[in-house]
Design a protein around this ligand. Structure first.
Ligand code: 0GY
Length: 305
């Protein structure tokens, strides 16, 4: 099927620089996506955007270019609950990718087992209104109860202003809970202000909650780097990410977010994003936890396979 991209869509940047920061051996890019290709894996009718293609082979090439060893591929909303592109990527990864899917309550136990076999280790619940239609909480709780026995976890995506109303639901989840992009803080607000304090409390009071300290390019209000290759971008996000890394060093993950859906004003150089890591994880010990030990414990507890 042929698809027309959403007007104004920014394609992923095909010439990323080599990062100056060398990630530790065995590093995991724990948040990235595949899009289609649309002619093989059509985008979902209920999608809120139509992206450019971003194939598994392109993702694996980026992984190698940046010096990473493994990927955690997260189902993107443009594919709805059809996880075929993601499963195909897992199956062609040679054991180097695990996945997070989106499912409806109609999913069968046999389908869940098959996904597990392919390398799926979690489901994503998305509360960002521009991306998805509302799913009733009882459906999500039912799904969480069914995936818990598989040892899977729940990935949640929401915006900081919505945390108070989602708190009771999130804290009732029976699994490990991984938050995308630190719950999207408004980085124009103080890092020790009430909004981000609530997120810190969420993690402090609930030892099953982890966070990805990803997406400075999405959270920054300081604007895009003037030129690709500029090494000083996104500094307004640093205090937020650094606080989470230093307060919860054993429950943080990092990911590129390639191919960066829905960015409006610029497309990041993924090499530059990797160079952001030592600003938020400032010691080799913290970098190793963030990039290797934590994602391996969560996604490859059996060790290298
Ligand atoms: C991200 C962020 C976004 C999109 C999605 O699944 C998605 O479509 O996650 C976004 O637009 O903020 O993590 O990729």
């Amino acid at each position: 099927m042929e698809f027309t991209k959403t007007p104004g869509w920014l394609d992923w940047y095909a010439g990323p620089s080599k990062p100056r920061f060398q990630v530790p051996p065995g590093s995991v890019d724990a948040h990235c996506h595949v899009f289609g290709p649309g002619h093989l894996f059509p985008f979902a009718p209920e999608r809120k955007y139509t992206p450019c293609d971003a194939s598994r082979d392109q993702l694996f090439a980026l992984r190698d270019h940046l010096g990473f060893e493994r990927n955690v591929i997260v189902q993107a909303t443009c594919h709805g609950a059809d996880n075929s592109a993601l499963i195909d990527a897992l199956r062609h990864s040679g054991g180097k990718a695990k996945g997070i899917v989106t499912v409806r309550r109609s999913v069968s136990d046999a389908q869940l087992r098959e996904m597990h076999e392919a390398g799926v280790r979690g489901v994503r619940f998305n509360f960002v209104k521009r991306l998805v239609d509302f799913t009733p909480k009882d459906e999500l709780l039912e799904i969480a109860a069914r995936i818990a026995p598989l040892g899977w976890h729940v990935v949640i995506y929401f915006e900081a202003v919505d945390l108070p109303q989602l708190w009771d639901f999130f804290t009732a989840l029976p699994t490990t809970v991984v938050v995308d992009h630190m719950g999207r803080p408004d980085v124009a607000k103080p890092v020790d202000g009430p909004e981000f304090e609530l997120f810190v409390k969420f993690m402090r009071d609930h030892s099953n909650v982890w966070s990805k300290v990803s997406c400075p390019e999405r959270l920054s209000v300081g604007g895009p780097p003037a030129l690709y290759g500029e090494r000083d971008a996104y500094r307004d996000v640093v205090p937020f990410a650094r606080r989470i890394v230093e307060t919860f060093p054993d429950r943080v993950l990092w990911g590129t977010d390639w191919p960066h859906p829905n960015l409006k004003n610029h497309m990041p150089d993924d090499g530059l994003l990797v160079d952001f890591i030592p600003h938020v994880a400032v010691t080799p010990a913290l970098q190793r936890k963030l990039l290797v030990d934590n994602p391996m414990r969560l996604y490859w507890p059996e060790g290298k396979s």
